[in-house]
Design a binder for this molecule. Sequence first.
Ligand code: FAD
Ligand code: DLZ
Length: 518
Amino acid sequence: MTLLIPVLGDQLSPSLASLQNVDRKTSVVLLMEVWDEATYVRHHKKKIAFIFSAMRHFADDLRAKGWTVDYVTLDAPENTHGFTGEVVRAAKRHRATRIRTVTGSEYRVCQLQQEWGKKAGIPCDILEDDRFICSRDEFEHWAKDRRTLRMEYFYREMRLKTGLLMNADGTPAGGQWNFDHDNREKPAGRLNYPSPERFNLDDTTTDVLKLVQHRFGDHFGELQPFALPVTRHQALKALEAFVSTSLPDFGRYQDAMMTGQDYLYHSSLSLCLNTGLLTPLEVCTAAAEAYKQGDAPINSVEGFIRQIIGWREYMRGMYWRDIPRFASRNELAARRPLPGFFWTGQTDMNGLAQSIDQTKREAYAHHIQRLMVLGNFALLAGLNPQEVSDWFLVVYFDAFEWVELPNVIGMSQFADGGKIASKPYVGSGAYINRMSDYCGKCRFNVGRKTGSEACPFNALYWDFLARHETGFSHNMRMKNMYATWHRFSRERQQEYRSSASAFLETLTPAAPGWARKA
Ligand code: FAD
Ligand code: DLZ
């Protein structure tokens, strides 16, 4: 009687359902480094290194707790380089009589898991992933029969369910559910910015870095320096450091962008959350505790908790409602190829250049850089959402399809026709100038509206609204934008549109093969 327990690269939680209530003496945990997963898109080098190192450390932690672990490295001679092949091989190797696994976070992987039992010729139990706060069934129950599925109402349900930031009488702490309106400050340059907790390399990570440089050296991004948390212990230290140093100012500077400040007051905990080194509930509980102790204000703590029990859980629910169709949605019929500068960072638009440069170095950009610089540009320029989505899936250390896709196709590119966002997230150069210091150092002039010296975001913004007027003019949240557009003279409108066309003509498509093998 041997139970085989395959654990996937984003299931690195001691609390994982498949590891509970089983006899360790008759079980073998299987972790697999496989080429198929490392290359189905050509992930950023840092992301692969992080996942392999975290997997290897997780295996060591399990062994120290008395588990038998079979760890298949990428270089193992017989490695079939696919999940199914490795599960079948391990089932034979250990004469397994049963497989027990937690459902994959991505549709593609779940499809593979369905075959495991049949291919290995033994029963395979697929358990629910209970590390999320809202189960897929519970989300479906919330969503069915609703006309619109806005995050805010879902979030309130999650506040009630978890009791986070709730008063004893069922009212929200601080008297409001949402403090977003307090969270839009641009920091003055003189502030001392905190840095996220970073960690020294050990032998395991050093080996992984060599492997990644050797096998994935031609992937996007910089591998070194590498100092990410790769164990649960380090992830807990990173959480502690965030709560004590950054959380107090997280709220007011949440939307700000500053040259040379890659993280500002953001947590960069997404990679720990998405791989299971931390659970969403423990992260939120730590933040709520800081509020209770008077160490962080309500606008910061509420804003932070909303991102996790609100947006993160909601995105997962929306992903499972629409996948596999989600991946190919293109409701705005955007067809322009992704420009090459997304990969090289070589553009005169400073906000884009800065955001791409830090993405290359860190495999990280914070939410507003992703949404209002990179995503905003892609949407305004009418870039093909599937190419945009592939780019986002490759470049960020936290990018897993279940969370990347709804953020890109839904929230950022409006390619789902508005199921996630009630209006497109678009802004002209004025928005970027208000929230960052990028424009002062840009060769384009953010104050100029049209012409070759003007910030391209300005003409692209009006051109986007004009292109999609039929679709959006009835949207009440866009009424003011269209009212302004219609106050412009015909000539001025034409100038915006010609300026946008002239700019779009200058874009050179990316060479094939950056995101997926050509
Ligand atoms: P913080 O600002 O510190 O926020 C705390 C946590 O809240 C994050 O760690 C994350 O777990 C969660 N969170 C915040 N916003 C969102 C959101 N919109 N959806 C889901 N969770 C959220 N997030 C990913 O985890 N993976 C992705 O691949 C991803 N792709 C994105 C693509 C686009 C175009 C956009 C606009 C957003 C994307 N996000 C993604 C959401 C968000 O930008 C990141 O979660 C966040 O920037 C991670 O940095 P952080 O940990 O410092 O976040
Ligand atoms: C992203 C990734 C990478 C790069 N490599 C592996 C791997 O070698 N082994 C593994 O178990 N998981 C990897 N992952 C994560 C998977 O692609 C996928 O996101 C999860 O298995 C979904 O549950």
